[in-house]
Design a protein around this ligand. Structure first.
Ligand SMILES: Nc1ncnc2c1ncn2[C@@H]1O[C@H](COP(=O)(O)OP(=O)(O)OP(=O)(O)O)[C@@H](O)[C@H]1O
Length: 246
């Protein structure tokens, strides 16, 4: 399946510069920079209240930033750029009595995409065998995969996943990682927001740690490590940032 057309335009799928969002005197985002390239998996990590949802909403055009810029494939956020974006916020609500095939047909009609694109989306999430079963009988992991297939239907070149591991068991998390890597292999840019380091970090090429709207770290996962321990480095960073706020 071809989702998007890697390499035909700029390699930067998403460029965020000096993004600020203030609610009154509260700075939910305080000068965040972030770039995700085509074929890259980027993890936005931070505790509750760090500003991840605020950033996602801004890049989906749901919220106007106080200042700063967001470009998707070189253009400011708007109707035409959002056609390039697929998003999955946790596990989607699905109709239990429909099969995966029927569910995707409904979404194909709603998005105005040809039905023959369904096949590729199902293959990418490894659901061709389960396509004729009713969604009500699916495990949470299968529902998540169907959610991804829905997000992929319109062949987006940038995928945004908010807390993708919520509720998934270890098998589901492993499958999720495999699917995310396949997407990146197809040239899709993937932005994952999560408050969990362990469950998503392994799949990321680069991560950014955000606390209270500020970037505390950006770079490779290894660079976050203290004495070779990435998790220890992550928690030390959160504690240091927390102490700075108090
Ligand atoms: N509409 C709003 N009005 C005022 N403050 C808000 C509003 N939305 C978010 N905030 C505040 O902005 C900060 C960032 O919130 P945000 O939801 O973006 O964080 P988050 O990292 O997504 O956290 P969570 O994982 O809990 O969703 C928080 O302090 C939150 O209370």
């Amino acid at each position: 399946m071809s989702v998007g057309t890697p390499g035909t335009q700029t390699a930067d799928a998403l460029v965020i510069r000096q993004l600020h969002k203030h609610y009154g005197t509260h700075r939910a985002l305080d000068g965040v920079d972030l770039t995700v390239k085509a074929g890259e998996v980027y993890g936005l990590l931070g505790p509750n209240g760090a500003g991840k949802t605020t950033l996602m909403k801004a890049l989906l055009g749901l919220q106007r930033p106080t200042s700063g810029s967001i470009e998707i494939f070189g253009r400011p956020v708007g109707r035409d750029t959002l056609a390039e974006v697929g998003a999955l916020i946790e596990v989607p609500g699905l109709w239990p009595t429909l099969t995966a095939d029927e569910t995707l047909k409904v979404h194909a009609k709603l998005r105005g995409v040809p039905e023959d694109w369904i096949e590729g989306a199902l293959r990418l999430v490894k659901m061709t065998d389960a396509r004729s079963r009713r969604v009500g009988a699916y495990s949470l992991g299968m529902r998540w995969r169907l959610g991804i297939a829905i997000a992929l239907l319109a062949r987006p070149r940038l995928i945004i996943l908010d807390e993708p591991t919520n509720g998934l068991d270890p098998v589901g998390i492993r499958e999720m990682r495999g699917i995310i890597r396949s997407l990146a292999g197809e040239g899709v840019a993937v932005l994952i927001a999560s408050h969990q380091l362990g469950e998503v970090a392994q799949v990321c090429d680069r991560v950014q740690v955000l606390t209270a709207g500020r970037t505390q770290y950006e770079g490779s996962l290894e660079g976050l490590a203290v004495d070779g321990d990435v998790e220890a480095g992550f928690f030390r960073l959160l504690e240091t940032a927390d102490a700075g706020i108090r």
